[in-house]
Design a protein around this ligand. Structure first.
Ligand code: HEM
Length: 500
């Protein structure tokens, strides 16, 4: 056989193998229910019908097809799961850890950091980064939570009318993440117009537009669109900021070493280490981390670590305002811990805030900051009821739908923090509650986020009385990358003083 014939045979075999793979994918997916689609465009028109509001679309399909269904976006298949037993199979696996194709849209901003990477790179980084979230390390951030939370409460109390608490808390969580991730103070709460703060907002807003409009997923269209241009210029600014912080911190460390200056530790002073310092320590101790690798991870914390907690805290405040009896119990818990003193919360206090913890958990059930997250299957994965997730499909977990399923949550619309008491949790599947995901790719920042949110909540109820702007007010929600209230979360705020 000459070379030409050999090439023809190899190409034919490759095409045949691709055909068989696709046939297997389509046939396996055919066994999963879902809305009927059109050739080529699949269910794209359904999304147009839902005005690209994925939350509404998924809610409607879940009601119609149950806890497993499939849709096609063009020729890309997605299976949506809300059954805890299926989630356990998927999320507890060490094998099925690759993120769905849509996560690649984040690469221009956060590269292949922990959130978006896979395979060996993800394993190595996760191992390296896990100790940076140890309680001992997180303890040193309590002072930052307290200081930023205090300023937030001051800003809240300055408002005369009902205020969009989401706008204010976003600036507070941005201050917190900049100081804890990079060790820099951007003072967002004092100057919301600084170029860094504006760039973060510009990048997030334009990125959300991209996720909602499938035609913007094409790089050529995206880069020419006004959103794409805004995004690219914002990301350039953000990268410059992170790069500058990394290089100046490196120089600082280098000159300390050269001048053999005594470090704060040598002098017996306790110095706070930002996540960035710990990454630089690891790199100095021989870990395979270039400055670009470090930037990816710092940018990932910046992306994943402030919008999530801001959205969560704004809905927590809404739920507290809407349920005066919950607000009262929170106050009682704070009074038990602090009496009428206005001393700062310690790590131990935060750990003792058991009711506040249940309030945060209950709010995340109804308003999970990350309403959907998705994986790409590299191998077939058998689920319950005889269904199989075929290799090549994207699979999406819908936390929002799970949280409102009466099978797992009796009277799901009721805000009841006591659902999480041990005596009320028996019989509930552990994977029925996954706002921080679960298994090996769960949220690495969960403990950090819980401490930050409990700390902020305690500050708020110790100083403010929250109420709704009008009876029955409920903010409209929309699931973008983050679940948010597009018109804001408006609340009335009055001063509160603990009575002895
Ligand atoms: C209310 C707050 C938060 C919620 C609800 C939340 C939720 C989640 C969820 C659902 C995932 C999995 C995403 C996926 O599989 O695509 C995740 C991953 C992640 N989160 Fe969070 N998160 C929160 C706060 C934070 C904070 C404060 C940080 C950092 C300081 C953080 C850092 C990360 C990182 C780095 C990952 C990727 C982990 C990996 O793949 O190994 N998150 N988070």
């Amino acid at each position: 056989m000459d070379a030409f014939m050999l090439a023809v045979v190899l190409v034919a075999l490759a095409i045949f193998a691709r055909y068989l793979k696709r046939k297997h994918l389509v046939e396996t997916l055919d066994r999963i229910p879902g809305p009927p689609g059109y050739p080529v465009i699949g269910n794209t028109m359904d999304l147009v019908h839902f005005k690209f509001n994925l939350t509404n679309a998924v809610a409607s399909w879940t009601a119609q097809y149950g806890d497993i269904f499939k849709i096609w976006l063009g020729n890309v298949p997605f299976v949506i799961l809300t059954k805890p037993e299926d989630l356990e199979i998927l999320l507890s696996s060490n094998k099925h850890i690759e993120k769905a194709e849509l996560y690649a849209l984040l690469h221009p901003w956060i590269g292949e950091g922990l959130l978006t990477s896979t395979g060996k790179k993800w394993h190595t980084r996760r191992k390296l980064l896990t100790p940076t979230f140890h309680f001992r390390i997180l303890d040193q951030f309590v002072e930052v939570f307290n200081r930023c939370g205090e300023l937030f409460v001051k800003k809240l109390l300055e408002q005369k009318e009902a205020v969009n608490v989401h706008e204010l808390i976003t600036l507070c969580t941005l201050d917190i993440i900049c100081e804890t991730a990079m060790g820099t103070k951007v003072e967002a709460q004092n100057d919301a117009t600084s170029s860094y703060v504006t760039a973060v907002h510009k990048a997030l807003i334009s990125f959300h537009q991209r996720t909602m409009k499938p035609w913007l997923h094409l790089n050529a269209i995206w880069n020419m669109s006004s959103d794409g241009k805004n995004f690219n210029s914002a990301v350039t600014e953000l990268h410059k900021y992170t790069n500058d912080v990394i290089s100046s911190r490196r120089k600082e460390r280098e000159s300390r070493r050269k001048d053999s200056l005594k470090t704060d530790q040598d002098l017996g002073l306790k110095k706070r280490e930002a996540f960035l310092d710990q990454l630089l320590d690891a790199s100095d101790s021989g870990a395979d981390l270039t400055d670009t690798d470090i930037r990816e991870e710092v940018d990932t914390f910046m992306f994943e670590g402030h919008d999530t907690t801001a959205a969560a805290l704004s809905f927590i405040m809404y739920n507290v305002a809407a349920h005066p009896e919950v607000q009262q119990r929170l106050r009682e818990e704070m009074f038990d811990l602090f009496g009428d003193s206005d001393r700062q919360a310690t790590v131990q206090d935060i750990q003792n805030m058991k009711y506040a913890e249940r309030v945060v958990k209950e709010s995340l059930r109804l308003y999970p900051s990350v309403p959907l997250f998705a994986r790409k299957m590299r191998e077939d994965l058998p689920l319950t009821d005889g269904y199989v997730l075929p290799a090549g499909t994207n699979v999406t977990v819908s936390c929002l739908q799970m949280g409102s399923n009466p099978k797992h949550w009796p009277e799901p619309e009721k805000f009841d923090p006591d659902r999480y008491l041990t005596e009320n949790s028996s019989g509930r599947h552990p994977y029925a509650y996954v706002p921080f995901s679960a298994g090996p790719r769960n949220c690495i920042g969960q403990k950090f986020a819980m401490m930050e949110m409990k700390s902020a909540l305690s500050k708020i109820v110790r100083s403010c009385d929250l109420s709704l702007p009008s009876p029955g007010y409920k903010p409209r929600i929309e699931g973008q990358v983050i679940l948010r209230a597009p018109e804001g979360v408006f609340l009335k705020v009055a001063p509160y003083r603990a009575k002895a």
